[in-house]
Design a protein around this ligand. Structure first.
Ligand code: B12
Length: 351
């Protein structure tokens, strides 16, 4: 698995280095066996863990770290063959305890109480996940269950043509385009992520599903760009080093379909770029998409800077990182919605 890496806060970088050094010092055999590549990978894993801890601390949202601990435990269980669920729980608990030990050496005292709470939460979540037994892909049927299942089946059978035909077929059969995007394709991709997470599909399959989905959605461009104009502009971007951009593109497409002009900046947009685009295009609405929680602090910062410099446009936030959290409520934003469809409806009614 390749991980998402971002610039780290200086104190938390020290914490990452301290943990990594101690992990290696505690296991001389491992230290001697590691190739440079494996050593780099191990360092990245520690950094990834600490990025989540930092995010939860910075946003004062304990749930972020507890959910991450559950996700990590589920991710590692099938990977650590030969290691029982209980042993994995103990290894992870040891790791959280190591973070605790190292933080007293590297981080200022006033952060300690909150960090202890976050680490206790992670240990508890890990123990609960262990007791809960192996997770199964979630199976609650959705409104377009038949179409979602058929689309997913095409993807998993590498049937590119079938997948492309299925989505156009849905529209021909009368399913509204915004439902096809938000309720069928997005749901199928959520399931792809779940299968990857549980190691039921490989990384190459996940990438294939992504590229076919991008192709499938692009078939609608003649329809999307052929609608009467409303004279409104929306600017859309993914914040930080966020690479997940299909959701943001879907937002752009559905706004175009509703007659708005969309300026889609794509993945990994630096805040300065966002600010200059806001100046240049003078949008009515700015939509910021975040999938990985690590980008939430930067998203909050982007919202603050946009508000300060551009009082006129409305600001919307959304994306997978906001699932199960209400942090956006304390931000200076106009709207959060769970899906693209609801945002377009809100904007059409409000602006
Ligand atoms: C495709 C995919 C990728 C692709 C992305 C390619 C691309 N061009 O976008 C690639 C391979 C690059 C990738 C990489 C990674 N991924 Co990935 N990925 C996915 C996957 C399977 C689908 C994402 C997607 O396109 N969904 C479809 C779109 C339409 O849905 P959506 O983004 O949620 O958008 C909808 C709403 O959220 C909303 N919305 C979105 N933006 C906005 C904005 C506003 C303003 C509003 C109002 C609404 C809104 O509207 C959309 C439609 O209704 C998800 C699974 C999932 N649960 O989503 C994992 C997932 C997001 N990835 C995950 C991970 C861990 C990673 C990696 C770290 C590891 C890896 N897999 O290699 C890297 C990190 C990359 C990085 N630097 O950011 C995890 C994240 C877990 C977590 N929360 O911590 C997930 C959830 C998989 C999982 N179940 O574990 N990934």
């Amino acid at each position: 698995m390749s991980l998402l890496l971002m610039e780290q806060d200086a104190d938390f970088l020290k914490l990452t280095n301290e943990i990594f050094t101690r992990q290696l010092a505690a296991n001389h055999t491992l230290n001697n066996m590691l190739t440079d590549r494996a050593r780099q990978k191990m360092y990245q894993d520690v950094k990834y863990n600490i990025d989540f801890l930092y995010t939860a601390l910075c946003l004062e949202d304990d749930g972020i770290y507890a959910r991450y601990a559950r996700w990590l435990y589920q991710l590692l269980t099938p990977l650590m063959t030969g290691c029982s669920r209980e042993s994995l729980r103990d290894i992870m608990t040891e790791h959280y305890e190591l973070i605790r030990t190292c933080m007293s050496k590297t981080l200022s005292y006033e952060k300690h109480d909150r960090l202890h709470r976050l680490l206790n939460g992670a240990i508890k979540a890990t123990a609960e996940e262990c007791d809960a037994g192996p997770p199964a892909p979630s199976s609650a049927p959705v409104k377009y269950e038949k179409e979602v299942t058929r689309y997913l089946d095409c993807l998993l059978q590498s049937d590119t043509e079938g997948a492309l035909a299925l989505v156009t077929g849905c529209v021909k059969e009368g399913i509204p385009l915004d439902d096809v995007c938000s309720d069928i394709v997005a749901e199928a991709m959520r399931r792809v992520g779940e299968l990857w997470h549980l190691h039921l599909i490989s990384v190459d399959m996940e990438h294939y599903c992504t590229s076919v989905t991008q192709m499938a959605l692009s078939q609608f461009y003649p329809l999307i760009f052929g609608q009467p104009r409303k004279g409104k502009t929306v600017l859309i971007a993914c914040v930080g080093s966020e690479l997940h951009e299909i959701g943001a593109r879907m937002i752009a497409d559905l706004f175009e379909y509703s007659g708005w002009d969309s300026i889609y900046l794509g993945a990994a947009v630096p805040v300065e770029t966002l600010l200059s685009a806001a100046e240049k295009y003078q949008p009515d609405l700015i939509a910021l998409s975040v999938t990985m929680p690590q980008h939430l602090p930067l998203c909050r910062n982007a919202v603050e800077q946009l508000r300060e410099k551009f009082p006129k446009p409305k600001i919307a936030v959304g994306g997978n990182a906001f699932t199960d959290t209400k942090i956006w409520k304390s931000w200076n934003v106009d709207i959060y919605t769970e899906d693209a469809k609801a945002l377009v409806q809100w904007a059409d009614n409000t602006l």
